[in-house]
Write a protein of this length. Structure first.
Length: 476
């Protein structure tokens, strides 16, 4: 009888939580909502721009710290990996703690990582700085999406996720350009020094203004799930790097990593309050449109990782020039993403995603045949067209992934979406670096890496076609 009463109490608490979440968008003060939106988008932009700021700095750091490119790329891959590993925790933290505490604690953690980077005297301290930053970035990204979906009404979801998609796409896109200018004029350490006051400002404004608009609920974070997620993802991704030097070790790491991730998934299915609600993957819209977003993100990160390396190592231009090659693409991506949310609300995903996928394929024609003597304007235009295509795909895919989910599932869905996307993004970076290093000629390797992104684009279109054929919105 006592157990029955406890179960009833838990069910009532959960129902009240769902009802409160649904009512936030109706009861929250509009000025307060604007303050929350500005703080979340600004901090997310800084975090995501920092994610790729090391891209144009890698050749410089590689030479200065006397490490291989395969090792140096962990400054970007490690960041992306940790985001993917930490992101599942965000749904638990969103429910367990007050939202003000989560936001301030996350920004404070990012500030600590940035401080370490300001004073890093060797590669390993620099890597530590990046990983601490990533711990904050992983929580912040899902916290931003979950919060904004919660505080705005359903009819504005496409626009809101369009704004979020703009930040998620434009931050990583503009990061290499900003860092190229910074590295060439001031040095790589200023990537951290210049970011520090901006995040301190966000922390101070957040401390003064960021409100509590929801009550936490009792929730136990499963430490074993955190451990399994971290070790499994790290071993699986690291195995790709070891395949270059020791095939047997790489294969063992891959198998062990996949086994551990399988145990992680099985454990989530058994827990009452899982670290990550993997059952959401059973929803066809969420599963297929998350996969579309994954392919778009893999193309985005992979292309912006490889193009600056080609520019500096093959075309022999400076980090500033390699960053400027990416600038028109970043601007075009931002301008496109700014209007895509409204177009999605009005017309749906069909024409946006199809057009975006085709543009990414068309941009591949020059990228798969670049030579050191190729005019830089061709590289710039090809990258820009690919970024426009990416913007047309990214936020509609995110919005469509959540179309059939209940409000109570949103925090876990955003965490799952972001976690899987970041893990595959990290895989894309490592995979393209490894593939480009297999042939004796870097140019040949670069071409092979770009052909791999073509495969991603084809799979993106095929996945969306499969989704749209079975979608109830097809004839609406």
């Amino acid at each position: 009888m006592q157990m029955h009463l406890l179960l009833n109490a838990d069910a009532c608490n959960l129902e009240r939580g769902i009802e409160n979440m649904a009512n936030i968008s109706k009861t929250i003060n509009p000025k307060l909502r604007t303050t929350i939106t500005v703080l979340l988008l600004l901090s997310s932009f800084i975090s995501l721009a920092s994610q790729t700021m090391m891209v144009t700095a890698l050749p410089v750091i590689q030479k200065e710290m006397h490490v291989s490119l395969t090792l140096a790329q962990w400054l970007t891959t490690g960041y992306t990996l940790i985001i993917g590993v930490v992101t599942p925790l965000s749904s638990n933290m969103y429910e367990k703690f007050r939202n003000r505490s989560v936001f301030l604690g996350t920004i404070g953690t990012f500030v600590v990582g940035t401080l370490i980077g300001c004073f890093a005297h060797n590669f390993w301290f620099l890597l530590l700085a990046r990983l601490v930053q990533a711990c904050a970035g992983g929580i912040l990204m899902s916290f931003q999406m979950t919060t904004m979906i919660s505080i705005y009404p359903m009819e504005k979801r496409g626009t809101i996720l369009g704004m979020s998609g703009l930040v998620i796409a434009f931050g990583p896109a503009i990061g290499p350009t900003l860092s190229g200018i910074i590295v060439n004029s001031l040095g790589w350490r200023y990537i951290f020094i210049l970011v520090l006051p901006l995040m301190l400002l966000v922390l101070l404004i957040g401390f003064a203004t960021f409100p509590n608009f929801k009550e936490p609920r009792e929730l136990k974070i499963d430490v074993l799930s955190v451990f399994l997620s971290l070790i499994g993802a790290a071993l699986t991704l690291a195995s790709l790097t070891f395949f270059q030097t020791d095939i047997a070790l790489g294969f063992v790491m891959l198998v062990v990593g996949l086994v551990i991730l399988t145990l992680f998934i099985k454990r989530q299915l058994k827990l009452k309050d899982p670290m990550l609600n993997v059952r959401i993957v059973a929803n066809p819209a969420f599963r297929r449109m998350t996969l579309v977003g994954i392919f778009a993100f893999m193309i985005l990160l992979g292309t912006e990782q490889m193009v600056p390396i080609f520019a500096q190592n093959a075309a022999h231009v400076s980090s500033t020039v390699s960053g400027m090659i990416l600038l028109p693409g970043a601007i075009a991506n931002a301008l496109s993403a700014a209007i895509v949310g409204r177009l999605y609300d009005r017309f749906g995903p069909k024409y946006l995603i199809t057009t975006g996928g085709i543009l990414m394929l068309l941009a591949s024609i020059p990228l798969v045949s670049l030579k050191p003597a190729t005019p830089l304007w061709i590289v710039t235009v090809a990258y820009m067209v690919r970024m426009i295509g990416n913007a047309l795909v990214f936020s509609p895919a995110m919005s469509e992934a959540f179309i059939e989910l209940d409000q109570a599932e949103i925090s876990h869905a955003t965490a799952l979406n972001n976690s899987i996307r970041q893990a595959f993004g990290a895989t894309s970076i490592t995979l393209l670096i490894v593939v480009s290093g297999i042939p004796a000629s870097f140019i040949t390797g670069f071409h092979a890496a770009m052909w791999l992104t073509v495969v991603f684009a084809v799979l993106l279109l095929a996945t969306f076609a499969r989704y749209w054929q079975g979608s109830s919105r097809r004839n609406s």
